[in-house]
Design a protein around this ligand. Sequence first.
Ligand SMILES: Nc1ncnc2c1ncn2[C@@H]1O[C@H](COP(=O)(O)OP(=O)(O)OP(=O)(O)O)[C@@H](O)[C@H]1O
Ligand SMILES: [Mg+2]
Length: 248
Amino acid sequence: MIACANEGAHVPGRETRAWATAMPPSDLPGKETPSVRRVSMEDFRPARLQDILGQPDAIARLLRLARGVRNGSIVPPTLLLHGPPGIGKTTAVRAFAREVLSDEFENSFSELKAFDDRSPRRMAEIILNSRRPPLRGAPFRIIFFDEIETLSPESMNALRPAVEGEGGTSLYALACNDIRDVPKPLQSRCTVLEFRPVSPEGMRQILARALPRTSFRLDDLAIASIVERCHGIPREAIKLLLEEGGAA
Ligand SMILES: Nc1ncnc2c1ncn2[C@@H]1O[C@H](COP(=O)(O)OP(=O)(O)OP(=O)(O)O)[C@@H](O)[C@H]1O
Ligand SMILES: [Mg+2]
């Protein structure tokens, strides 16, 4: 049985179809279609903050904030995560939400991606909704707007009162690739967390943790080649790992 990295994770949709066989079917009776367990990109997404390798600064700050929430002393400012695609921003927000919301994660965390309706009208509705009292057992709701560079200027503007904490009972988290796309006044109201390309050593650790979740084995040369070709981007590294696994 393969352990999944995203056990209990919030997985709004499979992001990729890069599949690889994880375990050969061994004890299947008769002519039944073998139910091969497969691993996909999502299976490698770390669920907990402490399992996110390669981003020591950002993760240390998120852990500190989470501690402050848990001991009841703070409501963090709006989080603004930035860094290249596939670097781990969504992973970190979900892990932070899991950490502070615990059992209320499913009910108190919402994620709005670029393809969701984020018209100014819808934004206003979401923000109005976010002012409802938090659910029992949760310190607040967490509302995550991914890829905020795709928001229209009007929708971006609609976020302002929420980000400024105007009467809200929700914590907002925002993510973008390029911080320069975020208006300065908005940036200055946020805890800004930069996600940088992972060092080769960090990437080797990520791959070393990922590999046992698959059925294939790669030699040091193959691992070194992935580390070189992924340019410090975990999504690239996992994609390459799955490709190499197909060839192994
Ligand atoms: N530190 C990490 N350790 C292991 N895998 C990781 C790590 N960070 C990210 N990943 C892998 O990379 C994939 C992409 O991460 P994620 O979706 O968080 O990136 P992102 O920064 O939000 O990208 P985008 O800008 O495209 O939204 C995840 O599915 C996960 O498999
Ligand atoms: Mg993302």
